[in-house]
Design a protein around this ligand. Sequence first.
Ligand code: GLU
Length: 480
Amino acid sequence: MKAQNNDNLTTYMSTYKFYEQVNKNFDKAAKYTRFDKGLLNQIKVCNTVYHVTFPIEKDDGRIEVIEGWRVEHSHHKMPTKGGIRYSHKVDEDETMALAALMTYKCAIVDVPFGGAKGGIKISTRDYSDRELEKITRRYTFELIKKGFIGPAVDVPAPDYGTGAREMGWILDTYRQINNDINAEACVTGKPIQQGGIQGRKEATGRGVYFGIREACNVKEDMEKLGLSTGVEGKTFVVQGLGNVGFHASKYMTEAGAKLVGVAEIEGAIYDPNGIDLNKLMEYRQDTGSILGFGTSTDLNDSSDIFTVECDILIPAALESQITDENANDIKAKIIAEAANGPTTSHAHDVLKDRGALIIPDSYLNAGGVIVSYFEWLKDIQHVRYGRMNKRFDESSFMKIAREIESISGKKFTDEELKNLTHGAEEYDLVDSGLEETMINAYQQIREIRDEHDLDDLRTAAFISAINKIGIMYEQMGIFP
Ligand code: GLU
C-alpha cells in the first residue's frame, strides 16, 4: 500500500477540536509503528457519521426538535460498540472523538469490537421521564431505519446521562421491529431481567480501581514518584460522583486508600483527614449538595479540586478538564483518567514533564466495555454465566474437601466449607474476567512503554491499539 496525499482529510479532521486532540495522541504514537500514512489515516478516520433530527411532543403539547448523532468510528471489527450520551454539550466533534476513543479502548483490552458512540443534545433535567422515553425510543427507531443498531452491527450502551432504564427502552423498541433471536444483544447495560449482566453497573469504576492497583503495584514506577507500593494508605481526590466516580472511590477506599477531596457540579470539598464516601452520598441526597459536609472545607470553586494535595487525582466527569490553565498547579503524582478525554494533549505533556504518572482513559475506563462484551456474549449464547457449572463445581469441591478431611483428620467448620466449595456465580465470573483483562492489558502497555523507552503510558496504549488494528487491516487487505 502506498502513501497518498491526504491534505483534504487533514483539514477536515482538524476542524474538530476534541477529535483533533485524540488524533494528536494517535500521531504521537503512530511514529513508533511501521504503518504508512494511508493506513494510519484509515485507522484514524470515522467510517460513518449519522446526524439525525426528529420531533417529539412535549408533555404540554408543544413540538420540540431533538438533535442526535451516532458515529461508527471503525468497522475493522464488527459489531461496533459504544455508549449513548445525553448532555447539552453533545455535538458531532465530541461524538466522533469519543467513538474514536472506543476503537482504541477496545483494541487495548482485546475486546473484539470496532468503536462507536452516540449522543443526544439534551439536558436530562429539562425533560420528564415520559419525554425521555419518547426521545430514546424515537432515536432508536431512527438508528434502526438507517441500520445503525443490531447485535452484529452496532451495539449501544450507557454513557453520561443514560443508564439501564434507557437501554431497556432501546431493546424494547428494537424488538418491536426486529424479530431476531439475538435481539437482546442489540444493546448492553440493560436491566438484568432484560438480558443484562451482574456487575455491569459498577464495571467501569471497578476497572478503574483494578487499573490503579496495577499501576501502584509497580515498585520502580512508585519509587520514581517517591511513593510506596500499593493502593493502601494513598490519598486520592475524585472529580465527579456519578456512576464511575462513585464506584471507583468505593473500591479505592475498600482497598485502604483515603478519599480527601470531591468535586461535583455544586462545588468541591477537601478534608485531609478523610471523607466517608457513603455518608457523603447520603448527605448529598438529603441536602442536594456536597458543600458543608462534616469537617471538610468547602473550596472556592469546583475546579480547585485539581490543586489540592493528594497522591492520586481521579477525573471522573467529562472531557477537557485538565488543560493548560490548571496542569501546572496539579500536585497529584498519579492522574487516573476515569473519564474519557479529561486531559488535553498539551496538558498531558505538562504533567508528564513534571514527572506525573498518567494512567490513560483508553485503558483505565475500559471496564464498562469489557463487561459489555461479557453481556453481549451472554445474550448471544442465551445462557447465564455459571448456570451449567456452578453446582457441578460445588459438588466436586465438596468431594475434595471431604477427602482432605479424611486424610488430615481435620474437620472444616461450616463457614470454611462454604468458602472452600463455593461455585462461581455470574458476578464472580464477570469480576474475575474483568480483573484478568485489566491486569493483562496493563502488562502489555508497560511492556510497550519499556520496549520503546517511553515515559508515557498513553503513547504506549495508542501504540498497542494501532499495532493491533494495523495488522488486521494488513491481513484483510482493502476491499477493491
Ligand atoms: N460508555 C462506556 C465507555 O465509554 C461503555 C461503552 C460500552 O459498554 O459499549 O466506555
